[in-house]
Design a protein around this ligand. Structure first.
Ligand SMILES: NC(=O)NC(NC(N)=O)C(=O)[O-]
Length: 322
């Protein structure tokens, strides 16, 4: 994955996905939980508490002995890490000059003490950090992790720790009918005609969109063609029902949509291998459209075409893994 492209991938550590900072050796100035808070860090220059300046981040005290500080994050969903952001926003005279990151893959629900005793593996070797900066690091590694340890040298403050990657949940829990497209289940967007206003990954994100900005929105199309998005499913599966949600797209919903599936041995570019799941159907603005599907053929990818363009809030592809 080239340089900064990993920033498009979901943040597996984010609180929205269930990520948690389960331990920090010190959090004197600012609490560790802020590391995985959604949204950008905020700063109020006038806000002081009894112990010092209030920061929206994790901040340790000034070290007076050897050693370094660290925090342990449990990912919301286990996954493969493609890039890290160690964001020192607002930490200007008190950011850590260096950091490194280790990973761990464990079954079950280890306690902080069990995590402290575990055998961690390096993911990111010690690197220099800039203050008041979203420090980005691409990671080329295909191992699956459940926990990450952020080490800072020797001490200081980090506003956010973002862990961008691909979700790899335990397939033992993907039983019965599940959303095969959902990012949290391991689905991912692999192609899209246009993402001018909003990322197509939004449509397979968590929960409902809360406004138009949380959906996929392309630009107005002027060339007679149509927009589309291709989703790699969590695995090969039989699709049972589909939701195409245009919530909050009121003046800019697509006029119609079509959903096809592509079998594991099919060709994303060869229409003759596609399986019709939802034929071209008129869509309404601001509406959750649900469709029963009885295709009979397992598929590995789905392709959603919208005509001619327009926004989609969510795409849910409910089915059973084969
Ligand atoms: N002005 C500060 O931020 N000072 C200290 N930090 C806090 N949070 O007060 C420090 O020593 O890093």
């Amino acid at each position: 994955m080239p340089d900064q492209d990993f920033l498009q991938l979901p943040d597996l550590a984010c609180r929205d996905l269930g990520g948690s900072v389960v331990y920090a050796n010190d959090e004197f100035f600012a609490e560790r939980e802020n590391l995985v808070a959604p949204g950008p860090p905020v700063f109020d220059s006038s806000e002081f508490g009894h112990k010092g300046k209030v920061y929206d981040g994790w901040e340790t005290r000034r070290r007076r002995e050897e050693g370094h500080d660290f925090a342990i994050v449990r990912l919301g969903v286990p996954g493969v890490v493609h890039g890290l952001v160690i964001d020192t926003a607002w930490f200007k005279g008190n950011y850590p000059p260096f950091a490194s990151v280790d990973g761990l893959c464990v079954e079950g629900y280890p306690t902080p003490q069990e995590l402290l005793d575990a055998k961690w593996e390096p993911i990111l070797d010690r690197v220099p950090l800039e203050g008041d900066t979203a420090n980005t690091f691409a990671v080329d590694d295909d191992r699956r992790w459940t926990h990450l340890r952020l080490n800072i040298f020797p001490d200081g403050g980090v506003a956010r720790f973002r862990v961008h990657g691909k979700a790899k949940p335990d397939p033992a829990f993907l039983t019965g009918t599940v959303d095969l497209a959902a990012l949290e289940n391991g689905g991912d967007v692999v192609a899209c005609s246009d993402q001018f206003y909003g990322s197509p990954r939004n449509i397979i994100g968590l929960g409902r969109a809360r406004h138009m900005g949380e959906g996929w929105e392309n630009a107005r199309r002027r060339d007679g063609g149509n927009d589309y998005v291709v989703v790699e499913l969590a695995g090969e599966g039989l699709v049972e029902h589909v939701e195409i949600d245009t919530s909050y797209f009121i003046g800019n919903a697509p006029g119609a949509a079509r959903l096809v599936g592509i079998p594991a041995d099919g060709d994303l570019a060869d229409e003759s291998s596609w399986v019709e799941l939802v034929p071209r159907t008129r869509l309404l603005p601001d509406c959750r459209h649900r469709f029963r599907v009885d295709a009979g053929t397992p598929v590995r990818h789905v392709r959603l075409d919208v005509y001619p363009d327009g926004g989609i809030a969510r795409l849910r592809v409910h089915g059973r893994l084969t």
